[in-house]
Design a protein around this ligand. Structure first.
Ligand code: ATP
Ligand code: MG
Length: 464
């Protein structure tokens, strides 16, 4: 039995059915008790009424009048003197002696029940004392056949059984609809998840519920679209990787073949070996970058944050990069407030700045200038890398941080990047809890703005 709706239905039914049974039994017992009590009460009241008349006129005429009255009713009366001697009776066929003998001599004024065995006996009976001048002079016995009580209870039982059956039927219908209604969205979600697991992300789940099932449906839809995006991205990534690996390998193989097969002059051979060497370097850089990105994706990338004195840090960066800028006849200026402190991993921060400055160098023409400026705003540290190089076309700007994205799709050996530099920058900045934004105008220049959480530093004196 697998079906959720059936399981839910059975559980609901068992709970509600047992509750109903309990309530019906309880109600039935209470009703029967109160009806029986009523019967005894009215029998006793009738006996008391006769007694009241007989107390006023305890004489044969009144006795026969009372018995005559009762012979027409469905109750019976027996009047005796104090010693149990029969004075009058409306009873024809029953053995009343046993009842008469059973009554006490000391009977309360309001009378008492003599025989209450309505379940098995043929009669129930009560007795009321006739007190004349303070002395008990006789007794009025009242009898009622239990058959009428039995038929009353039978009628009650029939009503209960009918109502019970209707209640069970209605319960069943309500439960069937309820359990189906509850199970239906779950079944749809189960179907959706098995579709997702087979790689089909085109699922549609109702979005109009605002309960937990609605939340679950939304999460599953979100999961499907995330998985779809990831699968797409993984496929693109794999295609790009194989393309990126193939290109340098083709160069290496081609030039290696030439070096091996042809009788080359020493200069030519060296030229080709240098190309092979460059390509191998590029390949190893690519693999290192890919490895870094893979580690970042797996979250196994360790960021060892500590407070960094930025003045010191950027002074070293300036010293390290100035030769590279000079070599390309570019200007480079670092603007950093004194005492600025940032909480970051120094090696990773250097990698970030390196990638950004490397791009600025690659995409600027001689005479252009690159600024590296650091600012404290409120509690954040802003790092801006601005160049007036060739800029990035507007249509490429939204994709510039994506893996393998290059504006110049051809792989020229002079610039020859892999398109992973900015993707790594982005991942590293995000791993530090920072943000990255890029502004660029073709022919004017590019500016990257990184925002990191600072270490509460206030001084803003600028050094260069
Ligand atoms: P890698 O950095 O992996 O060696 P890459 O420099 O080509 O390769 P990214 O750093 O990710 O890759 O840059 C992606 C592309 O963005 C570059 O190919 C270039 O077209 C463009 N770009 C990046 N920075 C600049 C910049 N400062 N000026 C102009 N274009 C830029
Ligand atoms: Mg780069």
């Amino acid at each position: 039995m697998k079906k959720l709706s059936i399981k839910l239905g059975i559980v609901f039914f068992l709970i509600i059915f047992s509750l109903e049974i309990f309530m019906f039994f309880f109600l039935h017992a209470a009703l029967v008790d109160s009806r029986i009590e009523e019967e005894f009460f009215s029998l006793q009241a009738r006996g008391n009424a006769h007694r009241d008349i007989l107390e006023k006129h305890f004489e044969p005429d009144t006795i026969s009048h009372v018995t005559l009255m009762e012979s027409e009713a469905n109750t019976d009366v027996v009047i005796t003197d104090m010693n149990g001697q029969l004075l009058g009776s409306s009873v024809k066929s029953i053995d009343i002696q046993d009842h008469i003998n059973r009554s006490d001599s000391d009977i309360p004024r309001d009378g008492e029940v003599v025989d209450d065995n309505w379940k098995e006996g043929k009669f129930i009976s009560t007795v009321s004392p006739i007190d004349i001048n303070g002395e008990t002079s006789g007794k009025v016995f009242m009898f009622q056949e239990t058959a009428s009580i039995h038929s009353l209870i039978e009628r009650l039982n029939r009503h209960f059984i009918l109502t019970g059956l209707i209640a069970v039927f209605l319960t069943l219908i309500v439960i069937i609809f309820l359990s189906k209604g509850l199970a239906k969205p779950l079944i749809r979600m189960k179907e959706a998840t098995s579709k997702i697991s087979k790689g089909d992300f085109t699922i549609s789940l109702p979005k109009n519920r605002n309960d937990e099932l609605g939340d679950l449906a939304n999460s599953i839809s979100q999961l499907a679209s995330d998985l779809n995006y990831l699968t797409q991205e993984r496929n693109d990534f794999l295609a790009s990787i194989s393309h990126e690996l193939r290109t340098p390998l083709t160069y290496i193989k081609g030039y290696a073949d030439i070096v091996l097969k042809r009788n080359l002059s020493i200069e030519d051979r060296d030229k080709y070996l240098i190309i092979i060497h460059e390509e191998v370097n590029r390949l190893s850089d690519l693999i290192k970058d890919l490895f870094d990105l893979a580690k970042m994706d797996k979250n196994s990338f360790v960021i060892q944050k500590r407070p960094i004195d930025l003045t010191d840090f950027f002074l070293k960066i300036e010293q390290k990069f100035s030769p590279a800028f000079q070599e390309k006849e570019l200007e480079f200026e670092v603007i950093c407030p004194e005492g600025a402190v940032i909480i970051a991993d120094p090696a990773r921060l250097e990698q970030i700045i390196f990638n950004l400055l490397d791009n600025a160098i690659k995409h600027s023409s001689p005479g252009a200038k690159t600024f590296l400026s650091i600012n404290n705003k409120k509690k954040d540290v802003y790092i801006n890398v601005r160049d007036n190089g060739k800029g990035i076309p507007e249509e490429d700007l939204p994709y510039i941080l994506n893996r393998f994205y290059r504006v110049d799709k051809s792989r020229t050996r002079s610039l020859g990047g892999t398109g992973l530099g900015l993707a790594i920058v982005k991942e590293l900045v995000l791993a530090h809890g920072g943000t990255i934004a890029v502004k660029s105008k073709e022919g004017i220049g590019t500016e990257f703005e990184l925002v990191f959480k600072g270490a509460d530093n206030i001084e803003n004196d600028t050094i260069s």
